[in-house]
Design a protein around this ligand. Structure first.
Ligand SMILES: [Zn+2]
Length: 150
């Protein structure tokens, strides 16, 4: 006798497994603190345009980096891409970072395009965008997000 289980797996039309979001979040206070520090750093970078060194914003970003390391929390990939590892600036286009697309290959094929972010301190970040322009990190993919069940 096989009765129907009440907890059958639900799959939507795209094949995504629908799972209830977690009821508790571990290290919730740490994540809230990291989020708040990132918002403070971004806010002070945008608002305070007299200070070219972005001292206050960099201090908040430095605290964010220290707390993230101390609590062994992981930052979202999109958040990590907006922080300079060398000078702790929040990378905001036309304010603290210059954007450009380079193609160093001899044939200049579009596959070899590289997005270059150059911070005010001179440090550069390079992201290959030619091969797969719609690339998303594992945590950013829609199939890895939680969906609410009704
Ligand atoms: Zn920098």
């Amino acid at each position: 006798m096989a009765g129907k289980s009440k907890r059958a797996a639900k799959v939507d039309e795209h094949g995504v497994l629908l799972v209830a979001p977690p009821k508790t979040i571990s290290n919730k206070e740490h994540l809230q603190r990291l989020n708040y520090l990132f918002h403070l750093s971004t806010f002070h970078t945008i608002v305070n345009d007299q200070d070219e060194n972005n001292a206050l914003a960099r201090m908040y970003a430095k605290n964010l980096d220290l707390i993230q390391k101390k609590t062994k929390s992981s930052l979202a990939p999109g958040l990590k891409r907006t922080l300079c590892k060398a000078c702790q600036r929040t990378l905001i286009p036309n304010r603290t970072v210059r954007l450009g697309v380079l193609n160093d290959s001899k044939q200049k094929t579009p596959v070899n395009r590289v997005l270059v972010l150059e911070c005010t301190c001179g440090k550069t970040k390079r992201f290959p965008i030619g091969k797969n322009p719609s690339y998303q990190a594992h945590g950013e993919k829609a199939s890895n997000l939680f969906f609410f069940q009704k």
